[in-house]
Design a protein around this ligand. Structure first.
Ligand SMILES: Nc1ncnc2c1ncn2[C@@H]1O[C@H](COP(=O)(O)OP(=O)(O)OP(=O)(O)O)[C@@H](O)[C@H]1O
Length: 399
């Protein structure tokens, strides 16, 4: 574990990510500050939730970029900004060569068609009063798309593509399981032949056994139809096999981005190490892995820590981390395109260290007492709960 300071090779995020071919999506300096207002009449702004606070990333045609971080880091807000469901406070979004940052939705018909979103909750994202056929056909009709074979045939084709029975065209969403509903949502997104799909935690509400099936489906769509993905997830396990590149987000900032191999085998940011530590079998060689117990919650985005935002939970934090925000750059030892925002990065390895890193003193005390007596037994559950940097399980279902 190195504590020496790395001297960043100055390659800023946007420049490093836009090299090597055209980008389908390019995001620069993107910010979303939700205003906090007070007062009944005048609604004075007294602060802001800095949900997304100046991020840069790019997605190439046909590529999948995973966007990963704990709950509240700003991933969904990023997805909603990219799909223009939210108006950004600052920054720019270019899609397929066009600046869509402030373009009214009514004036961006093509981009709107080619940029689709799949939502987390397959229960609330489908209108329960419409048949599956209507749900899939409506976007085609609204966008003036008239397939040669007719709307019904095309909707049935799409049902087949996503692994559902085309004869279920006249059924209603409540007749399907969660996994099947997510497939209907995917068929609806495909109806407009998108170039990019923003998938916001598309499997986290599903039973674990169903998750893999839906991820496999999305992967085959990416490979066979050349669709690019911005795949949002709260842990690194889900995006592992699906994303060629991964961006790790913490409290409104991207703290590390790189290709799959760099992020999973040679991570540099302590937060990436902590997230990876929570992934079962993160070490591709099956060796002894480091154990980092990331406890506590992400600090409030209303008043984020100065300097490096991760410093309040970081085991390597020093004074500099409080006073200077580390830039997202290709630090010494990183390969091209692997960018890390850290003054004191970790060694590029995930092998076991001499000691586990336990970040929460309360958790450490619990673990100490766990070795002795019956009282310890009851506290172990608490410790596990506190150590899991994941959202709580949502509704489960089976296909
Ligand atoms: N409309 C809004 N008004 C005010 N604050 C918001 C709004 N939407 C999101 N936030 C806040 O912005 C921060 C980032 O939220 P966001 O949903 O983007 O995070 P996330 O990483 O996607 O987490 P999750 O997985 O829980 O959705 C959170 O603190 C959230 O409370």
């Amino acid at each position: 574990m190195s504590t020496t300071e790395s001297i960043p090779e100055q390659k800023p995020a946007s420049a490093a990510q836009s090299g090597g071919g055209e980008n389908l999506l390019e995001v620069n300096g993107l910010q979303m500050h939700f205003p906090i207002r007070q007062g009944i009449l005048f609604q004075r702004q007294i602060g802001a939730v800095r949900a997304v606070d100046g991020i840069d990333f790019a997605v190439k045609p046909g590529e999948s970029l995973g966007l990963v971080g704990e709950s509240g880091c700003g991933k969904s807000t990023t997805g909603r900004l990219v799909t223009r469901l939210l108006e950004p406070t600052a920054g720019s979004i270019r899609f397929d060569g066009e600046d869509i940052t402030h373009k009214p939705v009514t004036k961006m018909r093509t981009a709107r068609q080619q940029l689709q979103m799949i939502f987390q909750d397959p229960y609330s994202s489908l209108n329960p009063r419409h048949t599956v056929g209507t749900i899939i056909e409506t976007p085609m009709r609204l966008n003036g798309i008239n397939p040669e074979q007719g709307h019904k045939k095309r909707a049935q084709e799409l049902l087949e593509i996503v692994g559902l029975n085309p004869e279920h065209y006249n059924r209603y969403p409540n007749e399907f399981s969660g996994g099947q509903r997510q497939r209907i949502g995917i068929a609806r997104a495909l109806a407009l032949k998108p170039k990019l799909i923003v998938a916001d935690e598309p499997v986290s509400a599903l039973d674990v056994s169903i998750q893999a099936q839906v991820v496999n489906l999305l992967q085959s769509l990416q490979e066979e139809m050349g669709i690019a993905f911005l795949f949002i997830a709260h842990d690194l396990a889900v995006v592992r096999h699906f994303s060629q590149r991964v961006a790790v987000m913490y409290l409104g900032k991207i703290v590390e981005v790189g290709n799959r191999e760099d992020i999973y085998a040679r991570p540099r940011h302590p937060y990436t190490h902590a997230l990876l530590s929570a992934v079962p079998e993160a070490d591709p060689d099956g060796g002894d892995r480091e154990r980092i117990r990331l406890a506590g919650d992400v600090p409030s985005p209303i008043n984020p820590p100065s300097g490096c935002r991760f410093r309040t939970r970081c085991w390597k934090a020093q004074e500099k981390c409080a006073t200077e925000e580390p830039p997202l750059v290709q630090i010494s030892g990183n390969s091209a395109g692997h960018l890390t925002a850290c003054h004191f990065p970790e060694e590029p390895s995930i092998t076991s260290r001499d000691e586990d890193v336990v970040l929460d003193p309360a958790l450490a005390a619990l673990e100490e007492s766990a070795g002795s007596g019956a009282a310890a037994e009851s506290s172990t559950g608490e410790a596990d709960k506190a150590a899991t940097p994941e959202k709580s399980e949502k509704a489960t279902d089976k296909d």
